[in-house]
Write a protein that binds this ligand. Structure first.
Ligand code: NDP
Length: 284
C-alpha cells in the first residue's frame, strides 16, 4: 500500500528506493536546476534523477547540497552518456559524474541508451565491458545500485549473457501513451524495477480529454491522476517541473485511488503523447 512520497520499493539486491523521483531533463543548468532541486527536496522528494547528458549535474549537486538534507536520506541517480561506453571510459565517466555532483557515491547509475551511434557496430561487446566496470564500481561502493535505461528485451538478453549482477532498474518511457508491455513483462520476470520516465509525456498528456474528465471525477489534477496511475501499476514515476507549485502538486498522490475501470481506460490511451523511441534508431 502506497501512503507517502518516501515509501520505497525493494530492489533485487535488497536496497530500498523512494517510489517517486524528481526529473531534471531539459532543466537549464545554473540557477533553475539548483533552485528546482532545492524546492523538490523541500517539498518532500527524496529521489533526484539526472544524467551527464543533461549538462546540469553540477547545479543539481549544488541544489542537493544546499537542501541541507543529509546525504543518506537522499537517492541520487545519474547516467552514462552515449560517448562514454566501454570498460575504461565507464570507470572515468562514473568519477566524472561523482565529481560534477560533488558526491562520493551514487545511489543508482544507468547505461542511458543501449545502442548509441558511437558503438552501433559493437554494442553487445561494449555493453558487456561497460557493465563489468559498473559491477566493479558497485563492489567498490561508488554505486549502490546499477541499471540500464531504454533497454529492450534483446539488449537485456545480450547483457545477461555475461553479467554477474542483474540490473536493479530499467528506466524507460512509460506513461498512458505507451505501456511498453513486452519490456515491462521482461523487467518483471527478472525482478528489474521499471522506472517511468516522461511520466507526463513530456507535458503532452495534459490535452487528453479522457484524463480531463477523470481529473474532475477525482477532484485531482491531470498530472496527479497520471502519476497515481503510474504508481498503481507499480512503476516509479520521475515527474519533472521547474515551477514550485507544480513540483508540490506532483507530490499529492496519496489521498485517492483510481478504480479498476478507470485504470483500464487510461491503459487504453495508447499514442496520445507519442510512443517510445526505438533505441536502435537514435542518431547520436
Ligand atoms: P515529464 O513527463 O515529467 O513532463 C514534464 C513536462 O510537464 C514539463 O514541460 C513540465 O513543465 C510539465 N509539467 C510538470 N508537472 C506539471 C503539472 N503538474 N501541470 C502542468 N504541467 C506540468 O517530462 P520528462 O520527459 O522531462 O520526463 C521526466 C524525467 O524523466 C526527466 O526529467 C528525466 O529525469 C527522465 N527522463 C529520462 C530519459 C531517459 O532516456 N532515461 C528520457 C526522458 C526523461 P515545467 O517544467 O515548465 O513545469
Amino acid at each position: 500500500k502506497l501512503t507517502k512520497l518516501t515509501d520505497t520499493y525493494e530492489l533485487n539486491n535488497g536496497v530500498k528506493i523512494p517510489i517517486v523521483g524528481f526529473g531534471t531533463w531539459q532543466t537549464p543548468d545554473g540557477d533553475v536546476a539548483e533552485k528546482s532541486v532545492e524546492e523538490a527536496i523541500a517539498a518532500g522528494y527524496r529521489h533526484i534523477d539526472t544524467a551527464f547528458a543533461y549538462g546540469n549535474e553540477k547545479s543539481v549537486g549544488k541544489g542537493i547540497k544546499d537542501s541541507g538534507v543529509a546525504r543518506d536520506q537522499l537517492w541520487v541517480t545519474s547516467k552514462l552518456t552515449g560517448n562514454d561506453h566501454g570498460y575504461e571510459n565507464t570507470k572515468k565517466a562514473i568519477d566524472k559524474s561523482l565529481n560534477n555532483l560533488g558526491l562520493d557515491y551514487l545511489d543508482l547509475f544507468l547505461i542511458h541508451w543501449p545502442n548509441p551511434i558511437a558503438y552501433r557496430d559493437s554494442w553487445e561487446k561494449t555493453n558487456a565491458d561497460t557493465w563489468r566496470a559498473m559491477e566493479e564500481a558497485q563492489k567498490a561502493g561508488k554505486l549502490r545500485t546499477i541499471g540500464v535505461s531504454n533497454f529492450r528485451p534483446k539488449h537485456l538478453d545480450a547483457l545477461l549473457k555475461t553479467a554477474t549482477v542483474t540490473p536493479q532498474v530499467n528506466q524507460i518511457f512509460l506513461n498512458p501513451s505507451d505501456l511498453q508491455p513486452e519490456v515491462v513483462a521482461y523487467n518483471d520476470a527478472h525482478d528489474i524495477l521499471s522506472e517511468a520516465y516522461s511520466p507526463l509525456g513530456t507535458g503532452k498528456i495534459f490535452a487528453v480529454d479522457e484524463l480531463k474528465t477523470m481529473s474532475e471525477k477525482y477532484s485531482k489534477t491531470v498530472a496527479q491522476v497520471v502519476l497515481r496511475w503510474s504508481l498503481q501499476h507499480g512503476f516509479l514515476p520521475l515527474p519533472k517541473s521547474v515551477h514550485e507549485a507544480r513540483i508540490i502538486e506532483n507530490t499529492k498522490l496519496f489521498d485517492f485511488e483510481i478504480d479498476e475501470a478507470d485504470m483500464k481506460t487510461i491503459d487504453g490511451l495508447r499514442g496520445v503523447a507519442g510512443l517510445a523511441t526505438d533505441p536502435d534508431t537514435i542518431t547520436w
